[in-house]
Design a protein around this ligand. Structure first.
Ligand code: BGC
Length: 764
């Protein structure tokens, strides 16, 4: 009897244990709705484990090697094994990601998988042009495709979250991070933000479950692009109008497009560091916009609140950050150190911790990480995808579309394919590193096709290369300041000799790849080093110069703009840069890019942008000095926003608006005829600008509110139509309320922001 009872009790225990275990793992049941799965999991989490989800560490040791011994790394490793780490960044490669994921999934009490973040800014190993360059394409499909390629490669090496797109709007070319965004305009910036989000994440939330999509991150929230004087990390001091009408719209567009994460920013806004800003993160983002993903801080930005003078110590900084809605701590190590105690002391409500954790877990569930934590860890896929032919073809296509023809006065371009002596001059022409641009942590050095290699594909001409002068001393890298060699001119003579002998001189000048990007602000926008001098020397012996610019920001080149007949803006175009440049120079691709950012005449004009306000004294009618201008330079930019030429020409005529007056809410239809009047087939970006002539608040002189990229065979005409609704005709007042006011509107349609056909209508 005893024996029987024992068996019964044992069986009961096993069954009960089994049921308990099944209950514990019920959150793994895919058939349950995500929110229920989160509830089931969170019920089992200790406060330490919850806070752990809010902690993100940088890849801190040779992950596939032995566990670290001593110091910080050992502590972090221990945290990982205890389930006190929710995410890691900069761990990459299937082997490495699998190793850390294994610890999270198999060694921690609850086995919650990590989300693996990385700065996939313009590709992983196969690089697209820098984002500013891509934006010059105004081609939303191409930009989306480029983000898809980046997601494809990143997901194949274990990464499932990119810290991109950067959707900061900015107006100052001195800021090094202009290379990372979409330029100066919030309308174009919003469209590009949407294209990039969809490229990374897919069209719908369900696409996140696919193996080749990754979660995107809208950064830097907010106003980081307005760092004073373009100096990175500097103070931001902007009006409400700029905040609501310029800075926030692309972030709102990304939210509406379903972006899953946000990153806050290093700057202060009205004295409050963004990381501690409840106004930005709780009121606007999570409140008004109903964003239900999570916010990661920028690198160490919780700790930086102490340096800002906004928190006295780590505990206060953590309290302020979490209360303000910063959900995940990137590399401050403060949440993991402080939050549990802050909850126990009643300084932080546990409900706020729960909210943050729920958001983080939600994205992990949506990515399918609970269903298969190793879903991005497939060696075969890694091998097949990274650097594939298809990806190289894709980035080449994007690179060609990003090139902007700024000047072609003597029609030196396209180059003839035979019988020509071509001198190729400039260290950047033979540089396989600089075209990769900044922010390319995973790409191998010297893996871009150089302009020299690209041009060598065309064998009909006699091509001679001379560098003229070196650009840098030693190796440049992500973390080091770029050092320019400014003295050795010994190569000038050889360069002058080949130039004197050539039919056409192609000079590749500009910035080295790491001269832009984070921490790379400049107080000059000239050609660094000896390049300007070299350009002028070569010009003396042969003025038939095609200047190809390689740069990550607008440069101010007044001498070149005046004297050099042909200028091609070729940015830092990524892995296939040289092929793209050569195909454009030889006319196998007709350039159609348009500038996403104004190019100043000199650095003193910065910040300069097209959608400025009128001022009370915009223009001069006589010789009087008292109007808004400079006494030593024109007030217009050298090359305006939206500007870019083609090998063909486009004529605009018959601008029509379907009525002269409209009721509020009624759509306004604008149409225009565009004809390809030149000798090549080509593409044109037709742009529509509005000007709200007067209102309860002054409005900018021009605002882009529509564009279309069209393709026209030579001689062909197309009618392009735009519809303007309340969405385009209104603006935010200083309280953030959207207004559509009656009044008169001017419209302008053309191929650049500085000129076009004009008309107008009234809104009753
Ligand atoms: C940058 C972010 C970046 C982060 C992680 C920070 O310094 O501001 O844009 O995502 O580092 O690398």
């Amino acid at each position: 009897m005893i024996h029987k009872n024992l068996i019964f009790a044992g069986t009961f225990c096993l069954l009960a244990f089994g049921t308990l275990n099944a209950q514990k793992k019920a959150y793994l049941d895919k058939s349950k709705p995500t929110e229920e799965r989160i509830d089931l999991l969170m019920k089992q989490m200790t406060i330490e484990e919850k806070v752990g989800q809010m902690n993100q560490y940088n890849g801190f040791w040779e992950v596939t090697g032995p566990a670290p011994k001593g110091g910080n790394a050992e502590v972090k490793y221990e945290h990982l094994r205890k389930g006190w780490v929710g995410s890691m960044l900069n761990v990459r490669g299937v082997k490495e990601v699998r190793a850390v994921q294994k610890i999270a999934v198999e060694e921690t009490r609850l086995g919650i998988p990590l989300i693996i973040g990385f700065d996939v800014i313009h590709g992983y190993k196969t690089l697209s042009p820098i984002p500013l360059a891509e934006s010059a394409s105004w081609d939303m499909e191409a930009i989306k495709k480029s983000a898809q390629i980046a997601a494809d490669e990143a997901s194949a090496v274990g990464i499932n979250w990119t810290f991109a797109p950067m959707i900061d709007i900015y107006r100052d070319a001195r800021w090094g991070r202009v290379m990372e965004g979409a330029g100066e305009d919030p309308y174009l910036g919003s469209k590009i933000a949407i294209a990039r989000v969809k490229g990374f994440q897919g069209e719908t939330k369900a696409d996140l479950l696919k193996v080749n999509t990754i979660a995107a991150c809208a950064k830097h929230f907010a106003a980081y692009g307005f760092a004073e004087a373009g100096r990175d990390y500097n103070t931001v001091d902007i009006s409400n109008s700029t905040l609501y009408n310029t800075v926030l719209p692309p972030f709102k567009a990304a939210t509406d497009a379903g972006i899953r994460t946000f990153m806050n920013s290093f700057n202060i806004l009205n004295g409050v560091p963004a990381t501690g800003s409840s106004f930005l993160q709780r009121d606007i983002l999570k409140g008004n916009w109903k964003f239900d993903g999570f916010v990661v801080t920028d690198w160490g930005s919780i700790r930086e609140m102490i340096v800002h003078g906004y928190a006295k110590d780590g505990a206060e900084a953590s309290e302020r950050a979490v209360n303000a809605g910063s959900d995940m701590d990137m590399e401050s190590s403060l949440y993991v150190a402080e939050l549990v105690k802050l909850v126990q002391e009643g300084k932080v409500k546990e409900t706020l911790i729960d909210d943050a954790v729920r958001r983080i877990l939600r994205v992990k569930f949506e990515l399918g990480l609970f269903d298969d934590p190793y879903k991005y860890c497939d060696e075969k896929r890694e091998k097949a995808i990274v650097g594939s032919k298809a990806n190289n073809d894709g980035v080449l296509d994007m690179a060609k579309k990003s090139i902007v023809l700024l000047k072609n006065d003597k029609n030196l371009l396209p180059l003839k394919k035979s019988g020509q002596k071509i001198a190729l001059i400039g260290a950047l022409a033979n540089d396989k590193n600089s075209p990769l641009g900044s922010w390319r942590i995973a790409a191998d050095d010297n893996t871009a096709v150089s302009v020299l290699e690209g041009m060598q594909q065309y064998k009909g001409n006699q091509l001679t290369f001379e560098k003229g002068a070196d650009l840098t001393i030693g190796k440049t890298s992500f973390t080091n300041e770029v050092v320019l060699n400014t003295t050795d001119k010994s190569g000038f003579e050889a360069a002058k000799k080949v130039a004197a002998n050539a039919d056409v001189v192609v000079m590749v000048l500009g910035e080295v790849g790491f001269q832009t990007g984070e921490g790379r602000s400049r107080s000059n926008l000239d050609l660094p080093g000896l390049q300007q001098e070299l350009l002028e020397e070569i010009y003396k012996v042969n003025p038939n110069i095609v200047l190809v610019l390689n740069n990550g920001r607008p440069l101010a080149l007044p001498w070149a703009a005046k004297n050099i007949p042909t200028i091609v803006e070729a940015w830092h175009l990524g892995t296939q840069a040289g092929n793209a440049v050569a195909q454009v120079l030889y006319g196998d691709y007709n350039p159609s890019g348009k500038l996403p950012m104004s190019f100043p005449r000199n650095v003193g004009q910065c910040p300069i942008y097209y959608n400025n306000y009128s001022t009370g004294r915009p223009g001069n009618s006589d010789t009087n000095v008292f109007w808004s201008h400079y006494t030593d330079v024109e007030k217009t930019p050298q090359f305006p926003f939206g500007f870019g030429l083609s090998y063909t020409t486009f004529d605009y005529k018959n601008l029509k608006i379907n009525k002269t007056a409209f009721a509020k809410g009624e759509p306004v239809t604008v149409s225009v005829e565009v004809t390809n009047s030149g000798n090549y087939d080509g593409k044109e970006v037709v742009q529509l600008y509005i000007h709200d002539e007067f209102g309860s608040l002054a409005r900018p002189v021009k605002e882009l509110k529509g564009f279309e990229l069209i393709e026209l065979k030579k001689g062909e005409t197309k009618t392009v139509s735009f519809t303007l609704t309340d969405k385009e005709l209104g603006f935010y007042n200083n309280d953030g309320n959207y207004l559509v006011e009656p009044g008169t509107f001017k419209i302008m349609v053309g191929g650049s922001s500085d000129k076009g056909l004009e008309s107008g209508f009234e809104l009753k």
